[in-house]
Design a protein around this ligand. Structure first.
Ligand code: 2AM
Ligand code: CA
Length: 263
């Protein structure tokens, strides 16, 4: 049986250490490379931060499995045992261009069930933490349950590039949603957009392509607070695959799904 209290203590310690390293890195020159396309960036700090977590986890918990964005565990196909899903820097474009609005995201699952979730806004030193069934916290203070709202009063998180074209939802439907809502915002770091829905700063978040490390922690956080997390077609997310993602408070989820996304 995993000792979740002990794991939690270590994760918090490692997050602080990773923060110190990342803040120090601002004084040095970053090595930036492209991955799948020229706007899909990775830096030496993404890679070093992933390595830092992997080495620490395996030192104390050699039997645990780890999937990291920068390549660790990309062969993993099963959710048996304890599985860590890590994005060492979520929002790398923001990290490189803005030196803010990025986070470390860690979701820990046991046999496919979410056990602990961490989204750490490194620069603001804000830690969103969830232990499903036991509560969700921002820097130790309980986060209140989500309250519902209607589209006309809602702020929708969506990257405007999905309004130009996407393979999943007719763009006219998205244009209508944008027109009917109060406002749209795009932060450029999926885990923080989940955290924004969790804390009521956004009412919904829509993305057409997120990987497990982008949502592993965020979905646990939003679900704990009474929100709903599905694909843009309303289906369950597969934790080992890339998915479209639609995050929202419960009633708004139904309204957006029925009136816009599935119309
Ligand atoms: P990243 O910075 O860790 O790559 C940007 O809108 C958000 O989407 C970020 O959270 C970013 O994570 C994620 N993202 C960017 N490109 C992606 C891709 N090709 N697949 C999945 N997620 C991606
Ligand atoms: Ca990343």
């Amino acid at each position: 049986m995993a000792n979740w209290e002990q794991i939690d203590t270590y994760v918090r310690q490692w997050l602080k250490e990773a923060r110190n390293r990342i803040m120090e890195s601002f004084k040095k020159t970053l090595e930036v490379q492209s991955k799948s396309d020229r706007n899909d960036l990775v830096t030496n700090i993404d890679k070093e931060t992933e390595q830092f977590f992997v080495q620490n986890i395996l030192q104390y918990f050699p039997e645990h499995q780890i999937i990291g964005e920068e390549g660790h565990g990309d062969e993993i196909e099963k959710t048996e045992g304890v599985l860590w899903i890590i994005d060492p820097i979520d929002g790398t474009v923001n990290f490189v261009h803005q030196q803010r609005n990025f986070a470390i995201s860690i979701g820990i699952y046991e046999n496919g069930v979410g056990k602990l979730g961490y989204i750490y806004d490194v620069v603001l030193d804000e830690l969103y933490f969830v232990e499903p069934g036991k509560g969700a916290y921002l820097n130790g203070a309980p986060i209140p349950k989500l309250t519902n709202t209607k589209v006309m009063d809602a702020i929708i998180g969506i990257n405007s590039s999905w309004l130009i074209s996407n393979r999943h939802i007719p763009i006219e439907n998205l244009h209508e949603l944008v027109r009917d809502s109060r406002a749209t915002r795009s932060l450029g770091a999926a885990s923080l957009e989940f955290a924004y829905v969790a804390t009521g700063r956004l009412d919904a978040y829509i993305a057409m392509r997120l990987s497990p490390w982008d949502f592993a922690a965020g979905r646990l956080l939003v679900e704990e607070l009474g929100g709903k997390v599905t694909t843009v077609k309303g289906e369950n997310l597969n934790i080992l695959e890339s998915n479209t993602v639609f995050v929202s408070t419960k009633c708004l989820h139904e309204e957006i799904l029925n009136q816009y996304l599935l119309k």
